[in-house]
Design a protein around this ligand. Structure first.
Ligand code: HEC
Length: 435
């Protein structure tokens, strides 16, 4: 209850981190046709003289709350952000990529809808500066929240544009969802982008305080798993389809996650069991802080499977012949150590795929690698990149959520069965080289 209350008081100050001034500017453009520094907004109707100020205020045609309006011959659609996003998803036939600032700019400056359709000439063509557009987007989002404060979104949080190709491509796909049938309704997705883990946590915290998030979709949690888990525990929110190296499952409800490092290690331990290997020599880089906690997190599982995880330094405890290594740090950090061990030519090493580097494979004669997702191989005829599957699952989630607004379908294994082929629950262990 407390969170809920503080959420709403925060809402009065601003929405989606838009600074208060931005929303004010958005409001004056929208309601009065007054832009930055008090100048009147200028627009033109095709083939006519330019108009400015109150005559071209958005509210005049689209309604004071952007709900859409009809006056005389003019019928203007709803343009709250949510309305734009939903409508655009329904138009998806034409390979558009959702509503964002540049799409809005196309509409209001050049009279083109997001699917490229020319808008009715009644809609004026505006010339607005970039910061005025930002302010307008913030204001359109603010209108949503006013109209329906309980309106929930799926929230994603990804690194800033340009930092991760994977995250950028994922977002692109999630906004397009071109794999779905045209007209499929999608649950609205809001995306935050962060500079670094500290920024991610603070943005996420501020946004969650505002409330009205139905679930977290595909958050990109690389290196801030523990903080993320803590925050989600506080807000009791479900995470669907996270991207993270470590499994998030221990802290909070997580569904449809690709197997993280712990699950990959467990799969390797399982393989040790089937090969009757009783002892694994754990190799971690000295300065790899996460390695120790990683190994502790799987130790109980190993014990249950009767596999001993030997972490004593080999100098104190010289390994027997043909030791089997379990590598829990990136291979490039471990390779010098492996070479120094004068590794037996017949030795075997087990490693999670994110830590493997093919160019260092020669350090050990044979490898077993645990993949979070099956890599390319002749056995997988319909091979798709993890990104493609991940995006497809994300779009299916948005569609499913729109179909079943009230139920937590993600807890129903029958409802999620269709995701099993997209997002594997278990890591896959394969020998290297994988052909
Ligand atoms: C003179 C009336 C009028 C004014 C003023 C006006 N609009 Fe429009 N607008 C329209 C009409 C009519 C349409 C529908 C055109 C169509 O669908 O062909 C439209 C369409 C749009 C669309 C496209 C919606 C979609 O489905 O893609 C956007 C976005 C939009 N207006 C934003 C604005 C904004 C922002 C302002 C103020 C800066 C504004 N409009 C001012 C009449 C107006």
């Amino acid at each position: 209850m407390k969170n809920w209350l503080s959420g709403w008081s925060l809402l009065l100050l601003g929405f989606y981190h838009s600074p208060v001034w931005a929303e004010d500017l958005g409001s004056t453009i929208f309601q009065q046709g007054i832009g930055r520094d008090g100048r009147e907004v200028i627009a033109s109707l095709p083939g006519q003289v330019s108009l400015q100020g109150a005559t071209v205020a958005c509210a005049g045609c689209h309604g004071q709350t952007g709900q859409g309006g009809k006056e005389g011959f003019v019928s203007a659609p709803a343009i709250s952000w949510q309305a734009l996003v939903l409508r655009i998803n329904q138009r998806k036939a034409n390979n558009n990529s959702g509503y964002d600032k540049s799409v809005l700019q196309q509409a209001i400056s050049h009279g083109l809808a997001a699917d490229g359709r020319p808008l009715d000439p009644i809609m004026p063509r505006f010339s607005l500066a970039s910061d005025e557009l930002d302010a307008l987007v913030a204001y359109l989002q603010h209108l949503d929240q006013q109209a329906s404060p309980k309106l929930a979104v799926a929230l994603s949080i990804l690194p800033e544009a340009g930092v991760s190709k994977l995250a950028d491509a994922l977002l692109d796909n999630l906004q397009t969802c071109s794999g779905l049938a045209p007209g499929t309704r999608l649950w609205p997705l809001q995306v935050l982008r962060y500079k670094n883990p500290a920024d991610a946590i603070s943005q996420l915290r501020e946004r969650l305080k505002v409330g009205s998030v139905r679930f977290l979709l595909a958050p990109f949690v690389a290196g801030w798993e523990a903080d993320y888990g803590e925050l989600m525990e506080e807000y009791r929110l479900v995470t669907l389809l996270p991207f993270s190296r470590m499994d998030l499952t221990d802290q909070q409800p997580v569904f449809l996650a690709l197997p993280g490092l712990q699950k990959q290690l467990r799969a390797l331990i399982d393989v040790a069991v089937t090969r009757n290997i009783k002892q694994l020599h754990v190799l971690a880089a000295a300065d790899d802080l996460s390695a120790a906690s990683l190994i502790e997190s799987v130790r109980p599982y190993a014990a249950k499977q009767h596999v001993e995880l030997q972490t004593a330094t080999p100098a104190l405890n010289p390994p027997q012949k043909n030791p089997v290594w379990l590598i829990v740090s990136p291979l490039n950090l471990i390779a010098p150590q492996l070479k120094a061990q004068a590794v037996d030519p017949d030795s075997l090493a087990l490693i999670p795929a994110p830590y493997f580097s093919p160019d260092l494979a020669a350090t050990v004669s044979s490898w077993l690698i645990a993949y979070p997702y099956p890599p390319k191989s002749p056995a997988n005829k319909n091979w798709q990149s993890p990104l493609a599957r991940w995006s497809q699952a994300g779009c299916n989630i948005l569609a499913k959520a729109a179909e079943q607004p009230d139920t937590a379908w993600w807890q129903d294994s029958r409802a999620t069965a269709e995701f099993d082929s997209l997002i594997p629950k278990q890591a896959v262990v394969l020998a290297w080289p994988t052909r």
